[in-house]
Design a protein around this ligand. Structure first.
Ligand code: C2O
Ligand code: CU
Length: 479
């Protein structure tokens, strides 16, 4: 509508000035300058002049980060801050990361969700050996898919991710329609920090901590506690949300607003879906549109709060738990803006043909022996004793994953996208590519996966990292 507002004065001006250049079109309403400063992500320095090669240095090291004012916390960081710097490039671009480990223990980097060769996958003991303190490793791969991804260590994962090692990856598709909204990348996490600003031990709470999964007490968005977005009311925002917490589920709500979910783990979904909240199990991503303040002036004066809503992930998980503030949205005092119409969205995602697919049946299991530490596993055995699941390049498999617990588990497969067929017999509303899917209490997840030509050893595990570390992991051997 803004384009059509041509006043008499403008017309007279035009008549009076034949030969001078066209007047600037009336500006579309836009977000205020610096609106995302409190959520700003650090950018990488690209060492390669080729626009389709992103080459960077990355160092893991302990550095003080002020999460609680005046009480710096020695966090484990990529390049000295939380989260790690944003790695952003286009589909088909090559990424070269000269990684240096300056932590006091070994580490690796896993590029969560990227379909890259096994040798670049960061799985210690399977695709590479651990990178010792002081040592370096070069990661080098081509980005095959557009979407929202992330990177994190795959050694002593619960502790290392929990201590702060995680960073975002956005892969842009130049063919995506413009005008989806003003983008906000949000890495959601939590940290266990005491009043003095010190990190709590990663094994607090013993076996019960492991069983439940350890949630931190400070909720973080891009490494900040309750930051503020300074927005123009009514303008559409596109949130790319990544749950990097080691155990916490995030269910986000914004009172009076619905979210339009347009994408997930593996880029855009088949079609947008509307929902009153955004639910992300650990490691899942969501690409959602929202128009904060669109419901009118009553919302504007005090701004809005995005809240963490308790989500029932099993026994004791919502008992006595209040909602928590995650993020503030304050508004400029300009009039409510109207967002331009949403471009047509729809992605063709053909269903994987499961005729003749090989069935794979696994169960997530728990063992609490009387005389030893608890162990979690797959099919009754912990990771260290498990047989590999075999697959051939080009093969299609249908996995049935059964949860025998009183708690949910986010199930993650490395290196390949899958299509969820059903959860407890119910098919998803729209088709999409996933690499992590939540498996509810005592539930059953079925998914189809086709193995392309990237032979090697690939992990699958629960992304509650305390559970993965306790043995809820397995290997797929693709030949
Ligand atoms: Cu984020 Cu083994 O994964
Ligand atoms: Cu689990």
């Amino acid at each position: 509508m803004y384009m059509l507002r041509v006043t008499t004065a403008t017309v007279l001006g035009l008549l009076a000035c034949s030969g001078c250049s066209d007047p600037a079109p009336a500006a579309e309403p836009s977000q205020p300058q610096g609106w995302l400063d409190e959520l700003a992500l650090r950018q990488v320095v690209d060492l390669d002049p080729d626009p389709h090669v992103l080459e960077l240095n990355l160092e893991a090291r302990v550095e003080s980060v002020e999460l609680i004012p005046g009480k710096p916390t020695p966090m484990w960081t990529y390049d000295g801050g939380l989260p790690g710097p944003l790695i952003r490039a286009q589909v088909g671009d090559r990424v070269i990361v000269h990684f240096k480990n300056s932590l006091p223990e070994p580490t690796t980097i896993h590029w969560h969700g990227l379909r890259i060769p096994a040798a670049m996958d960061g799985a210690v003991g399977h695709s590479q050996s651990a990178i010792e303190p002081g040592a370096s490793f070069d990661y080098d791969f081509v980005l095959p898919d557009a979407g929202t991804f992330w990177y994190h260590p795959h050694f002593n994962s619960a502790a290392q991710v929990g201590n702060g090692l995680y960073g975002p990856i956005i892969v842009d598709d130049p063919a995506e329609p413009p005008g989806l909204g003003d983008e906000v990348v949000m890495m959601l996490s939590d940290a266990s920090v005491n009043d003095a600003g010190q990190l709590e031990a990663p094994n607090g709470g013993g076996d019960f901590g492991t069983l439940f999964g350890r949630e931190g007490n400070l909720v973080l968005v891009n490494g900040r506690v309750n930051p503020t977005i300074h927005a123009r009311a009514g303008l559409r925002q596109r949130w790319r949300v990544i749950n990097t917490a080691k155990a916490r589920y995030f269910q986000l709500g914004l009172a009076g607003h619905d979210f339009t979910r347009i994408g997930g783990d593996g880029g855009l979904t088949e079609a947008p879906t509307l929902s009153p909240s955004v639910l992300l199990a650990p490691a899942e991503r969501a690409d959602v549109l929202v128009e904060p303040g669109s419901a009118g002036p009553t919302q504007l004066a005090d701004g809005l709060t995005v809240r963490w809503l308790p989500y029932d992930r099993g026994f004791g998980s919502v008992y006595n738990r209040p909602e928590e503030d995650v993020l503030r949205i304050s508004f400029t005092d300009e009039a409510l803006a109207r967002s331009p119409a949403l471009p047509e969205l729809g992605r063709v995602i053909p269903a994987i043909d499961v005729a003749g697919a090989t069935p794979v049946d696994i169960a997530l299991t728990l063992d609490i022996p009387e005389d030893g530490p608890l162990s979690m596993g797959i099919n009754g055995v912990p990771f260290s004793e498990a047989d590999h699941i075999a697959a051939r390049v080009g093969e299609t498999q249908v996995w049935t994953v059964k949860n025998t617990f009183e708690w949910d588990h986010p199930f993650h497969l490395h290196g390949f996208f899958f299509q969820v067929l059903d959860v407890n017999g119910v098919s998803p509303a729209v088709r999409e590519w996933k690499d992590t899917a939540n498996l509810p209490v005592n539930g059953t997840l079925r998914f189809a996966v086709r193995f392309d030509e990237r032979p090697g050893m690939w992990m699958f595990h629960c992304h509650i990292l305390d559970h993965a570390d306790a043995g809820m992991m397995g290997m797929l051997q693709l030949r």
